[in-house]
Design a binder for this molecule. Structure first.
Ligand code: DQA
Length: 173
């Protein structure tokens, strides 16, 4: 599937895998070496491998990206516009609590996205309770450690399937 909706009269695309961009925000490159009480023992590459394996099971090609730099994250999101990416799974990390720029980029690309946090941000400092993404995310998964990503990917795929059904029904009308 492509991120772009087929127009009326255009051939309905043959079903192939969805494509999901997984975005990891700042300091997540340190997973496995960072505050294990909150984030567990898995490294970022172990999480990415698990996501890729789950993707194969549930029909989604997973592309993983991490940056500590806000502008790079914004650019990566912007590049989804008119691309093959169908949806985004994002752990914005600390930028979730601070970045209007990430919010604006996700609004601009207008793709389904799921926000994940490994720790339960509501059980931590008050400044972590609010994020700039949650109110327009397709879903939010919080507090399950590395499993937050896997649950989030499953949720994103379900959301993409629903969207595809709606798009196809609209084409038939
Ligand atoms: C985090 C929670 C954020 O508050 C924090 O800044 C992170 C990781 C999480 O996955 O629990 O870096 O997003």
């Amino acid at each position: 599937m492509t991120g772009n909706k087929p127009k009326k009269g255009e051939p309905v695309p043959i079903k192939d895998n969805f494509k999901a961009l997984v975005i990891h925000g700042p300091n997540l490159n340190l997973l496995g070496r960072r505050e294990a009480n909150f984030y567990g023992a898995s490294s970022l590459s172990e999480i990415n491998l698990a996501l890729t394996a789950l993707g194969k099971e549930v029909g989604v090609d997973v592309i993983c990206y991490q940056s500590n730099i806000e502008g790079e994250l914004v650019e990566k999101i912007q590049k989804c516009m008119g691309s093959q990416v169908d949806g985004i799974l994002i752990n914005p990390a600390a930028y979730g609590h601070t970045s209007i720029a990430l919010r604006d980029a996700l609004k601009a690309v207008d793709l389904p996205f799921v926000e994940v946090h490994m720790s339960n941000i509501h059980a931590r400092e008050e400044f972590r309770h609010k994020t700039y993404l949650s109110d327009f995310a397709s879903g939010v998964v919080i507090g399950f450690g590395a499993d937050s990503y896997l649950l989030g990917l499953r949720g994103l795929v379900e959301r993409l399937k629903q969207k595809r059904e709606l798009d196809l029904n609209e084409l038939k009308r």
